[in-house]
Design a protein around this ligand. Structure first.
Ligand code: ZN
Ligand code: ZN
Length: 238
């Protein structure tokens, strides 16, 4: 979910061989697990494509967008770049992205997507315990989880595409379809003080979440519980 969330990338200038190997394993594991789930679902045949399946598909994609917003908001708002482990893994990359928007576009496929693949893999493996052939809720749950994980996987890629200065025509087409984050939509988040439009998979959930003051409400609840105000470090990094 991070714009650049490998632990090594934030703290070191180079992308180490070890980080690349871990990311590569994550990508391979993710596609292996996803492929297996999709094969199980496809083998159910077209009759399985009912209302529950379609609802689970839409819910999974929406949930991925909400999840992207929650993670992005959390690391933009709380903790510090000096927080052990999480600081260098997530806080600094997210906040540095406000300063250097184009860094994310210089990463290749594995570097862009490795961490999100690794993060979703446990959920995909746990979903192996569900048998979609039993129909009903199990089938819907597998569809939801697979689409959610595919959406989480796509988030960094879509976010990176939104920062391309000259995206290929086919990427513009996907963005215009609304299935991927549109650059004009995401640009709103990049205007200081960066306190809205946190969702970066499709951005579909930004209007409803910003409209009801979802993140400000969460911030008030966290401040009430912990006494810590949001964005303590604003201005410290960028
Ligand atoms: Zn941000
Ligand atoms: Zn961005």
């Amino acid at each position: 979910m991070s714009p650049d969330s490998s632990p090594t990338r934030a703290s070191l200038a180079e992308y180490t061989t070890t980080a690349r190997l871990i990311d590569t394993a994550g990508v391979l594991g993710f596609f292996g697990a996803c492929g297996f789930h999709l094969w199980r679902l496809a083998s159910l045949g077209p009759d399985a494509l009912d209302f529950v399946t379609l609802a689970a598909l839409l819910a999974g994609y929406l949930a991925a967008d909400v999840f992207s917003g929650l993670v992005h908001w959390f690391f933009d708002t709380w903790l510090s770049a000096t927080t052990p482990i999480l600081g260098s893994m997530f806080v600094r990359p997210f906040r540095e992205h406000h300063v250097d928007e184009l860094a994310i576009t210089r990463h290749d496929f594995v570097e862009t997507n490795g961490s999100n693949c690794l993060g979703s893999l446990p959920l995909l493996l746990m979903a192996l315990a569900l048998d979609p052939a039993s129909g009903g809720l199990a089938e819907g749950a597998v569809v939801f989880i697979v689409v959610l994980c595919l959406g989480i996987f796509a988030t960094n890629q879509f976010h990176s595409w939104a920062h391309l200065t000259e995206p290929p025509a086919w990427i513009r087409l996907v963005q215009r379809s609304g299935l991927a984050l549109r650059p004009e939509h995401h640009a709103v988040h990049h205007r200081a003080p960066h306190v809205g439009h946190y969702c970066i998979t499709t951005g579909w959930m930004n209007a409803p979440l910003d409209g009801i003051g979802f993140f400000r409400g969460l911030e008030r609840a966290i401040t009430a519980a912990t006494g810590v105000p949001p964005r303590l470090e604003d201005g410290a990094i960028g």
